[in-house]
Design a protein around this ligand. Structure first.
Ligand code: AMP
Length: 540
């Protein structure tokens, strides 16, 4: 027997409708790319998102079409997301930090029909435009006065574009399982993989994230997502904020310590979320300026492991640190480090020990750790195994890719290795893959190795991550020269430079006579890391 309650579809348009209705005058504040701080509110965001949807439809964008965004966190980017999804189309967030060739690859793979981009990315797009045959129109997220001269196809400023319609539009009535967003994740091998979020998964994930043990949002909160909207949905904040009426403070392109501190202070930010690298920059600024955030209560740190010293420093300032773990395939949050009542009384080192773990799963996420044969391992804080997840906002397949990704029980293998303790707290001990995470962004070791062995004097190459105080990790390249060759480190780096994003370039090169291998002839990275355990990088 079915229940007799209404089928109220979990659509993204419901979020902004609610935000505009109940919290219409609640502010959305942006440090604009043009310079000044810009202020709007949820009612205006909704009104302009309606115009975006109407304008997209007039340009022939149909339900299911992909519209790319290449942009920092700003109010226009937010309006674009709500407008695109309200028209039944799919926002595809492109990470501008990718190497241009990868950007071209994913735009083509997604078959994006339009690109909405910040003015600062116009030159990048112009260089790629010949390869982007699928893109029919470029909308620059600015106004007519700041519109750069460009030869991009059918280019128009966002303000002129939405200025041509009146906003008399009704959000499309969609199945809540319809695709809403697309975000590519870079794997260790092969091409990036597209994670295709649905309206339902985004709404459920955002509700779970708004809860007190996660972002803890209320209408009186003010939240600052330093995490970019192009990085796994900005951890749901663009949805969780209007869903609760929290004030939304968007940092634009300035993520340095001084800029972030200023926004926190002037806007009364109570909760902020970002990767360890940005919080390291903020700590350095606080130290230099002898400043202390006055309103900040809760700091979410995730995307890479938060160092213990960072957690300690923020907690000493009276700011509670919530260490979170997740991945693009999980929308992205899988666990978050709020203290359960059994642990609430802990003090000193014992409290920090728990805070260093990545927390427990919120409602809507199920977890298991498994051993060699796929058997479930106990939650004893000691047994470690592959961390696998299932849930309302976990991927079941990649976009345009038939490869099965779930096990017999319907769980997705995260590729991370973890322990789970008796209280349900996850601790990531390693990742099964060997990617390097610099400033919250991935660097593929394999790609660097493949490039390095392209140098005529290099026989074999391996790349490992070395701890770095600012970026978390930076790549170290270890090479074995060909017989009778003596390549200089500078020459190898010069050879690699220009073929990869500049921030992918290894910080150091070490020349060795041989590399450790496993029984099957693969590079033994575990051994290699042991060998270079004491290694310090030049800039560090
Ligand atoms: P991405 O999909 O780019 O967000 O990367 C997800 C991966 O980042 C995870 O599979 C982990 O390996 C890593 N990661 C994310 N958060 C944490 C964390 N708090 N501690 C350790 N590793 C993390």
């Amino acid at each position: 027997m079915l229940g007799l309650m209404q089928d109220w579809p979990l659509l993204i348009s419901k979020i902004i409708d609610y935000g505009a209705c109940q919290h219409g005058s609640r502010e959305v504040v942006t440090r604009s790319l043009e310079g000044p701080v810009h202020r709007t509110d949820y009612a205006a965001i909704r009104a302009r998102a309606l115009r975006v949807a109407q304008r997209l439809q007039r340009d022939g964008i149909a339900p299911g079409d992909r519209v790319a965004t290449l942009a920092w966190n700003t109010w226009r980017h937010l309006e674009a997301w709500y407008g695109i999804t309200g028209a039944g189309a799919i926002y595809h967030t492109v990470n501008p930090r990718l190497f241009p060739e990868q950007i071209a690859w994913i735009i083509n793979h997604a078959q994006d029909r339009m690109v909405l981009a910040d003015a600062s990315f116009v030159a990048l797009l112009e260089a790629l435009a010949d390869k982007l045959g699928c893109v029919e129109r470029y909308v620059v997220l600015t106004d007519g006065a700041h519109m750069p001269a460009t030869r991009l196809r059918n280019a128009v400023s966002f303000e002129d574009w939405i200025g041509e319609v009146d906003g008399d539009f009704r959000w499309l009535d969609l199945d809540e399982r319809s695709a809403a967003g697309l975000c590519y994740t870079s794997g260790t091998t092969g091409h990036p993989k597209g994670v295709l979020y649905s309206h339902r998964s985004n709404v459920l994930h955002s509700m779970a994230m708004a809860a007190p043990d996660a972002l803890g949002l209320a209408s009186r909160s003010a939240i600052l997502p330093v995490v970019p909207m192009f990085h796994a949905n900005s951890w749901s904040i663009a949805f969780s904020a209007p869903m609760t009426g929290a004030k939304l403070v968007l940092p634009g392109a300035r993520l340095d310590g001084a800029a972030i501190f200023e926004l926190i202070e002037t806007e009364g930010v109570t909760c902020a979320a970002g990767v360890p690298t940005v919080w390291a920059m903020l700590l350095r600024y606080l130290d230099e300026a002898r400043a202390r955030p006055s309103s900040l209560q809760r700091l979410i740190v995730g995307g890479a492991a938060a160092p213990r010293s960072m957690i300690e420093q923020f907690e000493r300032l009276g700011i509670e640190v919530f260490h979170a773990w997740g991945m693009t395939e999980m929308s992205p949050v899988g666990s978050i480090g709020s203290l359960k009542p059994a642990l609430g009384a802990l003090e000193g080192d014992a409290r920090i020990d728990v805070k260093c773990k990545q927390g427990f799963a919120p409602f809507s996420v199920e977890m298991k750790i498994t051993g060699e044969q796929g058997e479930r391992l106990p939650w004893d804080g000691k047994s470690y195994g592959r961390l696998k997840v299932a849930g309302a906002a976990v991927a079941r397949a990649y976009f345009r890719d038939a490869t099965p990704i779930l096990d017999d029980e319907g769980y997705f293998d995260t590729g991370d290795v973890a322990t789970i303790d008796a209280n349900g707290y996850v601790q990531i001990t390693d990742r099964s893959k060997d990617m390097i995470k610099s400033g919250g962004e991935w660097i593929s070791s394999i790609e660097l190795e493949n490039l390095a062995v392209g140098h005529p004097d290099v026989a074999e190459a391996a790349v490992i991550g070395i701890a770095h105080p600012k970026w978390g990790e930076r790549p170290l390249l270890v090479v074995v020269p060909k017989p009778d060759c003596r390549p200089r480190p500078e020459a190898i780096l010069a050879f690699m430079s220009g073929k990869i994003a500049h921030w992918w370039l290894p910080d150091a090169v070490s020349i060795v006579s041989e590399l450790p291998h496993t029984a099957t002839g693969k590079l033994n990275k575990v051994k290699l890391r042991e060998l270079f355990r004491e290694q310090r990088l030049p800039a560090a």
